[in-house]
Design a protein around this ligand. Structure first.
Ligand SMILES: [Zn+2]
Ligand SMILES: [Zn+2]
Length: 427
């Protein structure tokens, strides 16, 4: 049997690793500036962690979770998103900071059983942040600010933030009553999925992408019209902060995100350079009741998540280039035979101790082929070691990008190698 990776999974290597590292390093740098620290949680949890937080009626819990019984008959699920696990971890380990908010970030693989398509895999990678412990609107703005800075740093342009308020549980109740009243007579016109959703969890109808359903939703009552005075004031303050930060936003009354736990300000960032309906880069929102709902104290919180694979795909689509961090010169040693290879070990040892990126030919191909290989693989210098070099004790360093050549007395002038290599700053 020919072995292959399971449907909806991918091997990541080569240039994609460079993209990925650029995305992750950029995120880490920004998270650090905003005083976030990393948290790592397990890739699987007891199923309840997700069903009780994301919501029984959501598509994720209904259809998309990888749930299985372990050998003792316990129901486990591969995490479909990051927030629920982090909330579980915060409660379990009592990571309640004296000085709220608790600012956490994560990078990890997530799993959803969906029909795989470009940019949407069954195993996918996400990075995100959670800010736990305050409902201060300044923190909503800060979380959005981080998301915005991140995409700007990656090179995305024409960024627009879509924001909406889902209100608190009090205003949500009022809205739901009106919404149900509106949908009931239209129920027959909704797709069967939506009819199901409406029974279990009316808000989930907003997840539908079908035009027939969208057109009914277009004229439906909106959450934002039912905000209580406290929620209204809170949303206004978030928008004021965004203005001060000069973050371009658009309030979008149809913005409703796919998890049940969201309250108050939710958001999505889009790039107008991406024309499809799938132009969302990332998003998130406030979840003030989730921690309490999962057995923790009453702690309001907010956060966002970004798909790493998707971001990578969009960067390529828009031809955004990544920069490698602090590119150092690379040196390739070419030993002419086995004896030369053993002699070269001493040189390799020295270079690596000096933190020079270097390698040696392990198969003896002919010199021409080796030099071509070094060029193709982005090396800057080659050092050829033959019997002559061993006998004379000197080395010839060739700069294969600038076509220069240097001679160095290996035994007595080691430092000179570093001088030559270090003097060239490639980027
Ligand atoms: Zn409210
Ligand atoms: Zn529908």
């Amino acid at each position: 049997m020919k072995l292959s990776s399971p449907r909806g999974t991918a091997d990541i290597y080569g240039e994609d690793i460079d993209y990925r590292n650029f995305i992750i390093n950029t995120a880490r740098k920004i998270f650090e500036i905003f005083n976030y620290s990393e948290i790592i949680t397990p890739a699987f949890e007891y199923t309840q962690v997700f069903s009780r937080s994301i919501g029984e009626g959501t598509d994720i819990v209904q259809k998309e979770m990888y749930t299985f019984m372990d050998r003792k008959g316990r129901s486990l699920t591969l995490r479909p998103e990051g927030t629920a696990s982090i909330v579980r971890a915060v409660i379990e380990n009592k990571i309640y900071s004296e000085n709220m908010p608790l600012k956490l970030f994560y990078i990890g693989n997530m799993f959803r059983y969906e029909r795989p398509q470009k940019g949407r895999m069954r195993e996918f990678w996400q990075l995100g942040i959670e800010s736990i412990g305050t409902d201060n609107p300044v923190i909503d703005a800060e979380v959005i600010w981080i998301l915005n800075s991140f995409f700007k740093k990656l090179g995305f342009k024409k960024l627009i933030l879509l924001v909406n308020s889902m209100g608190c549980s009090r205003c949500r109740e009022k809205f739901l009553a009106e919404f149900k009243k509106y949908i009931k007579p239209e129920l027959g016109k909704l797709c069967s999925d939506c009819q199901n959703r409406f029974e279990k969890n009316p808000l989930r109808v907003f997840d539908c992408k079908k035009n027939s359903c969208r057109s009914i939703l277009d004229s439906s009552p909106e959450v934002s019209s039912y905000l209580c005075s406290e929620c209204k004031e809170n949303f206004k303050e978030v928008l004021e902060c965004l203005k001060i930060l000069k973050i371009k936003y658009r309030t979008d009354k149809n913005l409703v995100r796919g998890f049940d736990y969201y309250t108050k300000t939710i958001f999505e960032i889009i790039s107008e350079d991406l024309y499809s309906a799938q132009n969302a880069l990332g998003g998130g929102g406030r979840y003030d009741n989730l921690i309490n709902q999962l057995g923790g104290p009453e702690l309001p919180a907010t956060g966002f998540a970004v798909g790493i694979d998707r971001t990578m795909m969009l960067m390529k689509q828009l031809n955004l280039k990544f920069t490698k961090l602090a590119r150092k010169s690379r040196v390739y040693l070419i030993a002419m035979n086995k004896n030369c290879q053993i002699y070269s070990l001493d040189i390799l040892k020295y270079l690596r101790e000096m933190e020079v990126i270097c390698d040696i030919n392990f198969n003896n191909k002919n010199l021409k082929k080796e030099i071509k290989w070094a060029k193709d693989n982005n090396y800057d210098f080659i050092i050829i070691i033959g019997e002559d070099e061993i006998n004379s004790g000197s080395l010839t360093i060739k700069d294969i990008k600038k076509f220069k050549q240097y001679k160095v007395d290996w035994k007595n002038q080691k430092d000179k190698i570093i001088e030559i290599i270090g003097a060239n700053d490639y980027d």
